[in-house]
Design a protein around this ligand. Structure first.
Ligand code: SF4
Length: 286
């Protein structure tokens, strides 16, 4: 059975009408969200505020991260209509800042980079002034795939390292910590004006020293923004929870991160990658 959540996980009440509106819109446009696919604890709150983090390139992942609730297996063909549908959803919801992520598509030659780029360009062309944050996979370390995304000039490129390197073999067996950090550095080599961002889940068994070391390495890679949140296992079959990190520990890590030079660190139990994304971006632009 799932561990009982401490009191600091209390969520605001959801707005049922807004929930129905957002869910209906997503269904009609055949769009997926990471909020639903990853069982995000903030989904009710975000949908109530008529916002969501869109999941492109389908909802089936070719990787097998043990912490993640997203379905794994053989993905469907890429939906060429998806960028248009996503644009329609933005217009309907009135979003001026959008976060777009994807499953990892190791089955595609470019890992889905051209689909990301097409989506970013379409939004900028047809809805000028909309800020786009992409939360991308590692593209198996392909510099060319990363270049395709960076040349589309999203305002933010986010790539989560998720955990400390010692835990990668058990938490992200098909990923590579060094490759992920290098990707963030390469974004700055390609397009220094793009804000970069990364994030970790805490409570998987990492030590404070390991987290601080990752922060230092992210800063060496010129990463601008950081998110830290509590890991919550989606089920008993997923990677087990080691412990709940207290709000005070999260605050202390945020202060350490700011001292290390991040433009902003969002660090609290319910923080997820897209938590207050527009506000974080504004801090990096100040
Ligand atoms: S690559 Fe991303 S979506 Fe796929 S299993 Fe890992 S965390 Fe989940």
């Amino acid at each position: 059975m799932r561990a009982r959540l401490p009191s600091w996980f209390r969520q605001p009440p959801v707005d049922p009408e807004a929930m129905v509106l957002v869910e209906g819109l997503l269904n009609r446009l055949s769009l997926h969200t990471i909020c639903e696919s990853a069982h995000c604890p903030n989904a009710g709150d975000c949908f109530s505020r008529k916002t969501a983090t869109f999941l492109i390139l389908g909802n089936i992942c070719t990787r097998n991260c043990s912490f993640c609730a997203v379905a794994k297996g053989r993905p469907l063909a890429v939906d060429d209509e998806e960028p248009e549908h996503l644009l329609a959803a933005l217009e309907k919801l009135g979003l001026r800042y959008v976060v777009i992520t994807s499953v990892t598509r190791d089955d595609l030659d470019d890992g889905g980079a051209s689909h990301f780029a097409r989506t970013v360009r379409l939004i900028h062309q047809r809805r000028p002034g909309t800020l786009v944050e992409v939360l991308i996979p590692d593209f198996r370390g392909s510099f060319e795939a990363l270049r395709v995304v960076a040349e589309a000039r999203p305002e933010v490129i986010n790539h989560n390292v998720e955990t400390v390197p010692r835990l990668y073999p058990r938490v992200r067996a098909m990923a590579d910590y060094r490759r992920s950090v290098r990707l963030l550095s390469q974004v700055k080599d390609l397009e220094p004006g793009i804000v970069t961002k990364s994030g970790l889940m805490l409570g998987l068994g990492e030590t404070r020293e390991e987290v601080v070391q990752v922060m230092k390495e992210l800063r060496e890679a010129r990463c601008d923004l950081l998110t830290l949140g509590q890991y919550l296992p989606p089920s008993e079959q997923h990677y087990p929870l080691s412990r709940f990190v207290t709000p005070e520990e999260f605050s202390e890590l945020a202060a350490t991160g700011r001292e290390l030079g991040f433009a902003e660190v969002a660090s609290a139990p319910l923080v997820r990658s897209s938590f207050k994304a527009a506000e974080l971006y504004a801090k990096a632009r100040n």
